[in-house]
Design a protein around this ligand. Sequence first.
Ligand SMILES: [Zn+2]
Length: 116
Amino acid sequence: MHELSIAQSLLAIIEDEMTKHGKETLLTVKVRHGRLSAIVPEALETAFEVLTIDSRLAGAKLEMEETPVVLRCRACGREFTPEGDSAFAPCPGCGEELGHTVLSGRELYIEYLELE
Ligand SMILES: [Zn+2]
């Protein structure tokens, strides 16, 4: 389960930001994750809870939003969202299956933090 290591990296970033801004409490953290990053929201939530228990981050609200996969066809340049969320899907324009550019869907980042 890679969510545990992801939660650890997110928490490191959050701690850094809190120190930088001199804040004591984390109210909300919003995470955006692409479908290709294969995050299971429930697993990330659980990991986040386990890791923050007994810390100053305990009780913070974790919000997650998934971003869809968008590919650009190597052959004809068409941008499309594949069915089945695979980076190896046939282009609806020309049928090309390989070598598409992933424009969106792999991202994993903190969109915002609400600190107090
Ligand atoms: Zn195409």
